[in-house]
Design a protein around this ligand. Structure first.
Ligand code: ADP
Length: 503
């Protein structure tokens, strides 16, 4: 048995390949950003061919850094930004349009029209676990079929394929037009709004309502099994591909949240809190999503409740790129530490509308509480606090749905190096916040899925044993202070509503 497992993490802002050893430690990693294409307000696209090039480059890069060859890798797993939707030609491998990214809000009208057929936002909830929102794939595919010249006819003739980024990467890795596997897993499929959560198969009625031919949709396999081998010569040629998980479900797996009631929060471009609900599918009464967490081989499907927050780390990028009040993301902490508190300012970054628990596509961002006193330090602080307040809202919803208050929160992602944010998070939640040694839990979870399928790891006990705590933040804020600030935040959120008026 080779000594390592590789994971390809095709994320929203970058693609990375990481190589892990048996103890779950990172041996090597390589990463490359791709272009964020903003054709107009509310639209976000990626060039899928650039992404595929990057997958190959960083995979070769990671192997070279560790001085390893394909023969040293026992298996490779794929994890990915979810919901981001691509349609391509099965004969040529050419996309018919850029990938439409999960944050993109262009489908607001489609979503309203579907809701108007009856049931409004809840139309597909019972089948899919999701509210009708611009976030999910189905309406994005419909937009491509409706708006790109000639595409609907080609789709109906069976010439086009749909995939999220897992499917695109895997199809290319296994040969592309020359016999590439057109597959996905239930954690990704559960975010298309086209999959039945009970049967883990495509729902023909929903697909028909959205005008999406079933022939375009990938086969749904489990999250952990040997699907095939990498066809490409050079980069990982011959290595079994054995894991597929959406990035947030992968992080949940990598954080060893393997039992009912265990939850993690990933702080990246957005924040995503997932609570493992076991083999029971819990339907949310409080604005959360019900989603597949993972399905390991023939084992029973494990579900999760999810609170998705669209804008957290990307607000820090916005301070850097659009306001230019910081030169790099880590500088936000220094700037925020220059003031004692938020100076009365609250920043609600409803740039893509609001996701959980509100699901308001008519919302847009606000900064409220401004006075002559407020300076850039206060804005930096308000921006960081926004991440913590939004997290509190989804955890409140989770506690209400599950009936069991969360006692500790495992955290990971790019923002968890920010000590000020993590302390404020513990303060505003009133629970312990815990960061593990390996913060790259997304790639790790995907490596676990692949490694389990080929016997590199034996079972979930290995995953638990590999998990180790790095740092803990204990809540230190008094209740009165906490609740006053949270009350102000809630009031600020209401000021974002009803901004966009759909015609
Ligand atoms: P993703 O996987 O979604 O691309 P990452 O987990 O790599 O994101 O996290 C990157 C995000 O973290 C960026 O949006 C960046 O603004 C933010 N970030 C990075 N370092 C810090 C920091 N020290 N403080 C606050 N935010 C940070």
């Amino acid at each position: 048995m080779p000594s390592y497992v590789a994971a390809i993490d095709q994320g929203t802002t970058s693609t990375r390949t990481m190589i892990f050893d048996h103890s779950g430690r990172v041996v090597a990693s390589d990463q490359k950003e791709h272009e964020q294409i903003f054709p107009q307000a509310g639209w976000v696209e990626h060039n899928a061919e650039e992404i595929w090039e990057n997958v190959r480059a960083v995979t070769a890069g990671a192997l070279a850094k560790a001085d390893l060859r394909a023969g040293d890798i026992a298996a490779v797993g794929v994890t990915n930004q979810r919901e981001t939707s691509l349609v391509w030609d099965r004969a040529t491998g050419k996309p018919v349009y850029n990938a439409i990214v999960w944050q993109d809000t262009r489908t607001a009208r489609i979503v309203n029209e579907l809701g108007a057929l009856g049931g409004g936002q809840e139309r597909y909830r019972a089948k899919t676990g999701l509210p009708l929102a611009t976030y999910f794939s189905g309406p994005k595919v419909k937009w491509i079929l409706d708006n790109v010249d000639g595409v609907r006819a080609r789709a109906e003739a069976g010439d086009l394929l749909f995939g999220n980024m897992d499917t695109w990467v895997l199809w290319n890795m296994t040969g592309g037009p020359d016999g590439g596997l057109h597959i996905t897993d239930p954690s990704n499929a559960s975010r298309t709004m086209l999959m039945d959560l009970d049967t883990l198969s495509w729902d023909e009625n929903i697909a028909a309502e959205m005008g999406i031919p079933l022939s375009m949709l990938p086969e749904i396999r489990s999250s952990s099994e040997k699907y095939g081998t990498v066809r490409e010569r050079g980069v990982l040629g011959g290595v079994p591909i054995a894991g597929i998980l959406g990035d947030q479900q992968a992080a949940t797996f990598g954080q060893a949240c393997l039992s009912v009631g265990e939850a993690k929060n990933t702080y990246g471009t957005g924040n995503f809190v997932l609570l493992n609900t076991g083999t029971e599918k819990v339907m949310s009464q409080n604005g959360l999503l019900t989603t597949v967490c993972y399905k390991i081989g023939d084992n029973a499907t494990v579900y999760a409740l999810e609170g998705s927050i669209a804008v957290t780390g990307s607000l820090v990028q916005w301070l850097r790129d659009n306001l230019q009040i910081i030169g790099s993301a880590p500088e936000v902490e220094e700037l925020a530490r220059g003031v004692e508190d938020n100076g009365g300012a609250y920043f609600v970054p409803a740039f893509s509308g609001l996701f959980a628990p509100y699901w308001r596509s008519d919302a847009r961002g606000v900064i409220v509480g401004l006075t002559r006193f407020v300076n850039r330090g206060h804005l930096a602080r308000a921006a960081l606090e926004a991440t913590a307040f939004q997290t509190r809202e989804v955890i409140d919803a989770m506690n209400a749905d599950s009936g069991v208050p969360l006692k500790t929160l495992k955290v990971d992602g790019g923002m968890v190096v920010n000590d000020l944010l993590m302390q404020f998070q513990a303060d505003i939640l009133g629970v312990q916040v815990i960061r593990p040694v390996v913060a790259e839990t997304t790639a790790l979870g995907s490596a676990y899925a692949a490694g389990l399928a080929v016997g590199f790891w034996e079972g979930e006990a290995d995953i638990r044993n590999n998990w180790a705590q790095d740092k803990v933040w204990d809540p230190a804020m008094d209740d009165v202070h906490r609740e006053r600030q949270y009350h102000n935040w809630k009031k600020a959120v209401t000021r974002t509503f009803d901004w966009i008026e759909h015609d």
